[in-house]
Write a protein that binds this ligand. Structure first.
Ligand code: ARG
Length: 467
């Protein structure tokens, strides 16, 4: 793309031309061209508002709006011209409008600045972007619900410190990844609301001197309210930070899901098998089956953190009002959005096609997983929990010394550990009984998990969730 300051939106005041080293630095079209739809949409609304307020004749406003409609059609069919000489998307749209309506195009920017214009465009984009991300998240969530269905009958080790802790249903594990994403989806809804405050009508810094109805303009563009202070409005990027923070949390959550997928699909665990469609081989080692989908998802989180850090750094200590530093917000937010839109559908597909390996999971269940249940058995028979804990500790040690499982210890061993034991202690050695005992809401019994899944389904939108 070649560009110069010829035809720039601010040429009148300057005699000399822009230094060649400054030209590419000044350019933002390569990034902000993505806002063309929002720029056209905002400009059509602005033209109409100027007409309604009789700042420009109604017919002129209508002609400009029609011209912008034709610019939209042209960009829709031809795309952004690769040789566009414009500094940014705002300059490009105004130039194309000139090609449609001639000198009338010069009236569009009345009372408006690129400062309130770009802030408006980006918020319009943000409102749509959050909706798309919410829909992508719902896709992963639906895949997790299906995985949970497939894991309802499977009892697996539940881990703490990556050491076997207590048995859980595999469905419970799958659902443990659903809820963080549900919080993310709700959070994105709040970010959408944060973006939905209209800056247009703030001008460059001091507001607009023409009697524009900003509330009507907001309603026209789908904003729920208008900004209260023009100086704040042109430089407020709080919602960008909120979107990036929400994106980082999505990244953290998918990276943790990804890590479980990596771990559980190893030869050592073998709890899960990822489908061929989401695995890759090695160019050297013929046997390899690598969980690249999960590793790439995990790795992408770095970029998300980078985007958030970048915007926080840009905003910190900026003087009041618009500063050109703010132009950098777009690279960060687009990159985070693009990363998630790549990652989430692939993760959804990997989860949807992953298969539990019940045999391997069953073989991994060690008797010690029931140590807490043994202590609970003693508690039910009146032994204080601390004493019960110690008694079971002794049993675990004894089994370890003998190189056997706890359930293989003799009745005499049990009696020696605590006089609270009776022969029915053998009933405790049942993984299903253990999970069924955790029947409070949020627990891992069949009923509790089913209730959890009903709540999860009810939380998800019907269809693709894009409104
Ligand atoms: N490309 C600019 C941005 O993204 C548009 C606003 C330019 N404003 C200005 N005063 N130079 O922030």
């Amino acid at each position: 793309m070649t560009t110069s300051d010829k035809g720039a939106l601010w040429g009148g005041r300057f005699e000399g031309s822009m230094d060649p080293t400054m030209v590419p630095l000044n350019l933002s079209l390569d990034i902000d061209h993505r806002l063309w739809r929002e720029d056209v949409q905002g400009s059509i609304a602005w033209a109409r508002a100027l007409g309604e307020a009789a700042v420009i004749p109604e017919e002129a406003a209508a002609e400009i709006a029609d011209g912008l409609g034709r610019v939209r059609q042209r960009l829709e069919s031809e795309g952004i011209p690769s040789d566009a000489p414009d500094e940014d998307i705002h300059a490009l749209i105004e130039r194309l409008l000139g090609e449609e309506v001639g000198v009338l195009a010069k009236r569009l920017h009345t009372g408006r600045s690129r400062n309130d214009q770009v802030a408006t465009d980006l918020r319009l984009w943000g409102m749509k972007a959050t909706g798309l991300l919410e829909a992508d998240l719902a896709g992963v969530q639906r895949a997790l619900l299906d995985l949970a269905d497939r894991g309802m009958e499977i009892v697996m080790p539940g881990y703490t410190h990556l050491q076997q802790g207590q048995p859980i249903r595999a469905a419970h594990w799958a659902m443990s990844h659903f809820w963080p994403l549900e919080r993310d989806r709700v959070r994105l809804g709040r970010v959408k609301a944060a973006a939905g405050v209209l800056p247009l009508g703030s001008g460059a810094v001091a507001g607009c001197p023409f009697p524009i109805d900003r509330r009507a303009l907001a309603a026209d563009l789908g904003f729920h309210s208008i900004s209260e202070n023009s100086l704040d409005a042109v430089s407020d990027r709080d919602w960008v930070v909120e979107l990036l923070s929400a994106a980082v949390l999505v990244g953290l959550h998918t990276s943790r899901l990804a890590e479980d997928l990596v771990l559980f699909s190893t030869k050592e665990f073998g709890f899960l098998r990822l489908s061929d469609g989401f695995s890759t081989g090695s160019s050297l080692m013929p046997q390899k089956r690598n969980p690249d989908v999960a590793e790439l998802a995990r790795g992408r989180t770095g970029r998300l953190v980078g985007s958030l850090t970048s915007v926080l750094t840009i905003l910190k200590g900026l003087p009041t009002g618009y500063n050109r530093d703010l132009q950098e917000d777009k690279a960060a937010i687009f990159q985070a959005f693009d990363s998630l839109r790549l990652v989430l559908p692939a993760v959804a597909g990997a989860v949807a096609t992953a298969e539990f390996q019940p045999g391997r999971i069953h073989d991994a269940l060690a008797g010690e997983l029931l140590a807490t249940d043994l202590a609970d058995y003693l508690v039910r028979r009146g032994v204080p929990f601390r004493d019960a804990h110690e008694a079971i500790g002794h049993l675990v040690r004894r089994a370890e010394e003998r190189g056997c499982a706890i359930e293989d210890l003799s009745d005499a061993d049990f009696e020696r550990a605590s006089d609270g034991f009776d022969t029915d202690v053998r009933d405790v050695f049942d993984m299903t009984a253990s999970v069924e005992a955790r029947d409070l809401p949020g627990g891992t019994s069949r009923r509790a998990v089913e209730e959890q899944m009903i709540a999860a389904r009810a939380a998800l939108p019907d269809g693709d969730g894009i409104d």
